[in-house]
Design a protein around this ligand. Structure first.
Ligand code: MSP
Length: 470
């Protein structure tokens, strides 16, 4: 049994969750359940990122005290993660006092790599990111993700000397000691690393009041990403505790939009602290809504709770883990979601279970004694974080069983009194569904536990359909 620590990006709490936020949780949860299935011990962090200008400004706009505002939104995320069936072990909020104190201790440990200097350049509050002159110019002064002009800044800041770590980071990436997935993003990161300047890691309190104070200098507040990235280790108790049981993380799940922070700034902090780097950075694509990035101004933001309430958690996880590609951008539409539910979950899987259980029950077939062994092709896809492909592979097996029933026609065998053949055919089919069920467990927690019950011993058809149609 190996210990595996998995992390997810902590979302900003400047609003309620939207369906895009589900990706980190769905992917990490599938991996967590898979690891447990193959006998490993898992620690799994989730949480909320609660400091920074973006959140502060939003609370002001709504005229709600900022602490009250972050409390309410953090709870919405917690509720959402719970509804998604995520088996996390730790929930961290960056406003937790222990986290704040630990961040200050981390800062102090990095002191040799920190210097103060004037920052003159650009900032995007939407991204909470300092933007170089070159990038601002290339984008015509407007953030392409937020469609807002960059803010011009001229202020005294603390800087983190990234130059001290670049060679080590490059080497770790090139040698896959910190594996970046998908593979093609590795090149992008290496290119960014080449040009990456030292990072400004604080803001004057006059510009940003909502954050962790820089130790020894109350006039400065930590840059929100310094505080946020540290969550992955402060949640384990660093630096108070020895975290070597769990750290380095086996995998960190993030969206492609924030890969740069995780692949450059985060490793620099870790090397500065003398800690090893995460083994894998899994960077997923974006969920689009009707072909476009979700945005409040376009009016295409989809509430994940509405999607969950429509057909339940398995339907949600089915769509986001199979029809949303693990690594590419993919589109959510209600039409595609309904179609997947009715034609695949209800027809392919729901009907298979019903048909097979009814046939088995009628013909007094019981579950076989054979062990359930996880399919090697499936394992290799799961081990390589190719979750949507692994799910496709398992679904192929679902359809294979449907075809097998149609071809073997167990009802004719029963009618013709070919009992021995009937028993063999049915035994294979029941073994087949139990094997598929094992592969589906990380994806569809509720349906698979019902299927395990139905085919667990004396076989009884489910009293209500697994996926009822409206
Ligand atoms: N607070 C930072 C993360 C700090 S991690 C130390 C942040 N927050 S976020 O709310 O903007 O994004 C949280 C996660 O949700 C990120 O992994 C991001 O990529 C993901 N997504 C946000 N919108 C998304 C989609 N539309 N589609 C898929 N994932 C998306 O960045």
């Amino acid at each position: 049994m190996t210990k595996k620590y998995l992390t997810t990006a902590i979302p900003y709490v400047n609003g309620a969750p939207h369906i895009g936020h589900a990706m980190d949780y769905c992917l990490a949860d599938v991996y967590a359940r898979y690891q447990k299935l193959i006998g490993n011990e898992v620690r799994f962090q989730v949480g909320t990122d609660e400091h920074g200008n973006k959140i502060f400004a939003k609370s002001k706009e709504l005229n709600v005290p900022v602490k009250e505002y972050v409390d309410a939104n953090s709870n919405k995320f917690k509720e959402f993660i719970g509804k998604l069936g995520v088996e996390y072990t730790d929930f961290i909020r960056t406003t937790d006092v222990d986290h704040e104190r630990r961040c200050q201790e981390i800062w102090t440990k990095l002191n040799d790599h920190i210097y103060s200097a004037k920052y003159k350049g650009w900032y995007c509050t939407g991204c909470e990111r300092f933007v170089t002159e070159k990038e601002a110019e290339e984008n015509g002064g407007i953030c392409p993700d937020h469609q807002r002009p960059y803010e011009a800044l001229e202020e005294e800041n603390y800087y983190f000397r990234l130059a001290d770590f670049k060679d080590q980071i490059r080497e770790a990436i090139e040698k896959d000691e910190m594996l970046i997935l998908p593979e093609f993003r590795k090149k992008e990161v290496l290119k960014l690393l080449e040009d990456a300047p030292d990072v400004s890691i604080s803001r004057p309190r006059a510009q940003l009041t909502w954050g962790v104070s820089v130790p020894g200098d109350d006039s400065q507040v930590m840059y929100v990403w310094m505080d946020a990235l540290s969550n992955y280790i402060t949640v384990l108790g660093y630096p108070d505790n020895d975290i070597s049981d769990w750290w380095p993380a086996a995998a960190e799940f993030v969206g492609k939009d924030i890969l740069r922070f995780h692949a450059i700034l985060w490793p620099a902090i870790l090397i500065g602290l003398g800690l090893p780097l995460p083994k894998v950075l899994v960077s997923h694509g974006m969920v689009l809504s009707n072909g476009q990035k979700m945005s409040k101004s376009i009016g295409n933001v989809i509430d994940p709770v509405e999607v969950l309430d429509k057909h339940g958690v398995d339907a949600f996880r089915y769509f986001f883990l199979r029809h949303i590609d693990t690594f590419a951008d993919s589109d959510f539409t209600w039409e595609k979601f309904e179609d997947a539910y009715n034609n695949e979950l209800a027809n392919d899987l729901g009907n298979l279970v019903q048909r097979l259980a009814t046939l088995a029950h009628k013909n007094n077939i019981v579950a076989g004694e054979k062990n359930i062994v996880l399919d090697e092709n499936y394992k290799s896809l799961m081990d390589n974080y190719e979750f949507s492909k692994a799910f496709d592979y398992a679904w192929e097996k679902v359809n294979g069983l449907n075809r097998q029933i149609d071809e073997e026609k167990p009802w004719s065998l029963a009618k013709n009194g070919e009992i021995e053949k009937l028993n063999t055919v049915m035994g294979d089919l029941v073994q087949g569904i139990l094997e598929v069920n094992e592969m589906l467990k990380p994806f569809l927690p509720n349906a698979t536990s019902r299927i395990a019950e139905v085919f667990g011993g004396e076989i009884m058809p489910p009293e209500t359909p697994l996926f009822p149609k409206n």
